[in-house]
Design a protein. Sequence first.
Length: 86
Amino acid sequence: MSEGKRKQTLLGTVISDKMDKTVVVRVDRKYIHPKFKKVVKQTRKYKCHDETNQCNVGDFISMKQVRPLSKDKRWSLVEILKKREI
């Protein structure tokens, strides 16, 4: 049997934890623009499944791509890399 595609993982910061078992994560990406040769910062928001509601706003997390869990949710929490500093 073939192995299939490798699941993608992303790192990001939790910006909202108001939903049950779901957090909104901001993922920042920097790349060099092909025409202007400047570093461009791009930000995207993803909804991530948090089964135990352990994430808080400001946490830096790792998440992996999974099957669709709802209309917008296609990512699941792997681990919390750094808790928010109070």
